[in-house]
Design a binder for this molecule. Sequence first.
Ligand code: MSP
Length: 514
Amino acid sequence: MTKAFYLTTPIYYVNAKPHVGHAYTNVLCDTIARYHRMLGEPVCFLTGTDEHGTKVEKAAVAAGKTPQAYVDELVPHFEELWNALGITRDFFIRTTDDRHKKYVQGVLADLEAKGEIYKAGYKGWYCTPCESFWTELQLKEGKCPDCSRGVDRLEEENYFFKLAHHQAWLTDYIETHEDFIRPAHRRNEVLGFLKHETLEDLCITRPKARLRWGIEYPNSPDHVVYVWFDALLNYVSAPQFAIPGKKEADFWPADVQLLGKDIVRQHAIYWPIMLHAMGLAMPKMLLVHGWWKIGEAKMSKSLGNAVDPTALAGKYGVDALRYFLLKEVTVGMDGTFSEDLLAERYNSDLANDLGNLWHRVASMIEKYFEGKIPKGSADALRPPLALSTLKLWDEVHSLMLGFDMRESLAKMWAVIAAANQFVEEKKPWALAKDTAKRQELADTLYVLAECLAHLGVLLQVFMPDTAKKILERLKVQTYQNIRTAQDYTKPLLAAGTAIEKGDPLFPRFEEKVP
Ligand code: MSP
């Protein structure tokens, strides 16, 4: 059986409800997953929740609950959000799943047996919010070099994972695999770090006296496993029990692992070294995206500026939120979130451009052809509009293989603009007045309907609800595999088919919300 196109998101801490930043990662990943499904490839899309560690334990204590009860209550919010946003994950992993815990313990026992893990005394400084150990030299003015908060002096026995002796291998791997970390500026940052700093072995346990909420270290009941070591392993543990009968080789290596720029060190340094030590192949790509910000600050629960994606999807529609997130920034760059901008894009790109195009074309087919697709002449698919519609596949295909959702949408919207322009130029209402121009009228509306049908096919990847409406109203089969330009360019509409105009795709926002 062919290996699945395997893609993952980070697994989210369950210390608060998810916000727009979390929704962004999953919308990106879902769009890539849908694209590859459309290509007819078997796809495995994994997301989930990271449930152990200090952050979650503290949040549970603050809520007056046990950590298990706390996470059990919060996890459904994640699942509900992914359902609401049309996130077509194949599996949702929770790190409190016993099967995951066993897998982690098995890996630790193996690595210890191979000499990759050792036990030693630790003396140094610890930043609790970052869960990071620092040496005296690494501190900046006595504070955590990452977050500038105070650090605590620690002296304790722990287990350590050997990072240092894999540094040369990792540097060489990244240098010789240009696509391993993308975009390039992130790759350069990691390489710069590896060339100028010496990696210290990673402390991968916490004494239970300090943290109880974690996976027990094998044969050492006084220690729990460091949350990142536990969490990163989800990417290889989950599919083994998610898909019964599957082995590592059926999905690993991952094709794309998506992550935000805040967690590059863990994914581009710890994770590859863990895999290397375990004898597993490297993921093909770590795709690092930027942050959604509010003004200059990262959107985050702890800064109190988190925006609720459920409320936005309720107000503007799921597809409007997906469109905004995908179209507003290029993957890898930061974006400034503002609801005003979302409302503006809704009115201009969705209501005015796409919504209006549908409404005009469907209304005119209703009015001039009794709601049936007119029969185009042999030359009907000749105008530049038809050609640019049919060329879209080639353009979007290469952009999507490079994960450029923004430019893909821009290409599609250029065709939408051209279609609206075509209506202005052809003036079907004038053609309708002249019986000698009946075929020209039929050709005009036929081309426009074909254009909408082809856009509908591609939109399935980005805006699934809208795509479904367009295709169903035009009676075009949904979710067919589009593997090649030929699959895409064939005409989709049958003359004489009765279409449905339906409600406006994107009612003007002022009308929708009183
Ligand atoms: N639990 C770890 C990840 C473990 S993966 C083995 C974690 N969780 S998190 O909930 O804090 O954040 C996870 C991801 O959420 C980030 O990497 C990023 O993908 C996404 N985002 C969180 N805030 C974000 C923004 N403001 N903007 C964009 N993405 C953001 O780190």
